[in-house]
Design a protein around this ligand. Sequence first.
Ligand SMILES: [Zn+2]
Length: 398
Amino acid sequence: MEKIKKIKEKAKSYRRYTAECLSEMVKIPSLSAEEQNVVLKIKEQLELAGVKDVRIDGLGNLIARVGRGPKILAFDAHIDTVDTGDVDQWETPPFSGLIKDGHVHGRGTVDQEGGAASMVTAARILTEMDYDGEYSIYFTFTVMEEDCDGLCWLYLIEEEKLFPDLAVITEPTNLGLYRGHRGRMEMEVHVRGLSCHGSAPERGKNVIYSAAHTALKIEELHEVLKDDEFLGKGSIAPTVLTTESPSLCAVPDKAFMHIDRRLTWSETKESALAEVRELLGGDSEVRVPIYSRESYTGKIFTQEKYFPTWKIPEDHELVQAGVKTHVALFEDAPRIDKWTFSTNGVAICGKHKIPCIGFGPGNEVMAHAPNEKVPVDHLEKCSAFYAALPYVLENDKQ
Ligand SMILES: [Zn+2]
């Protein structure tokens, strides 16, 4: 408890420092696959904070390590952001990084450079306390999440061979403790027809009719998808439907439909594809598209656009350690909940089954919205939480 008290004091004394680290990050635009400058800024912040082991991997993720224990605990923040949207709707410029009225303002403060700034402070606190417990604590500042959630972590696990025992996602939870979210996948349906002159449509096969039938069957499928008490219901929604025709006086012979599918517990890529295949006619096929985009380092690392569902039980040691950390620092138990959106947890826990929790600054309703801002109070609390969690985890074992 002595250590917890010290961490709390340090986090408080670094309150302004954490806000300033975040402000510096926000001033550097950092769209997906264009994160280099913010990565270099955070690297500099970590080095100035005294963190010794800091490096950038082949995809462009920044990886810092404190401690040399045999087990691995990872804290993750993605440091790419979405674009600003209509700048006229922002009361302060989106890249101001303004610290005012107890908040840091600007694009990325909530989603989710706030978590990254709290991680920098936590790494500083653990370094100053000469942390040498049973964990190697990795702080990962990851890229391209907004474009393809989890890709950065597939790279860390499968290419960098970083395989944590436990992980913490620092996306916004409004200081709640999260333990899962629905997964998702994308599907593309290709429909083939037979073109003919529009004056005699009976000679051909019009894809507009077959695609429309498919769309209506998908509407029915949505109603009967599985539900989960904690994660909620699976969903399916066609989001694009286009057709191709040789002319405006011809029956179209090709249709393309894009589908957004949210997956609840026990729904998988295979089960979701099978459901759609069952309602397609012989003239159609369904595929999962592939994500393939060059990172800022020039690396192309591809993956299917399938992002598996994940949750861990409330009585899991990591959730319970999170609760104990919260109680030890702030004297009350956190709200235990889930995210509405998707995170890097799809790769860490969804695919690779590494237990994950979420704890992060800011309210997720501000993510991707104009006038994004994060309370400095949340930043301070998160920096204390991240620095204290490894001590609490270890204490549990004794
Ligand atoms: Zn995010």
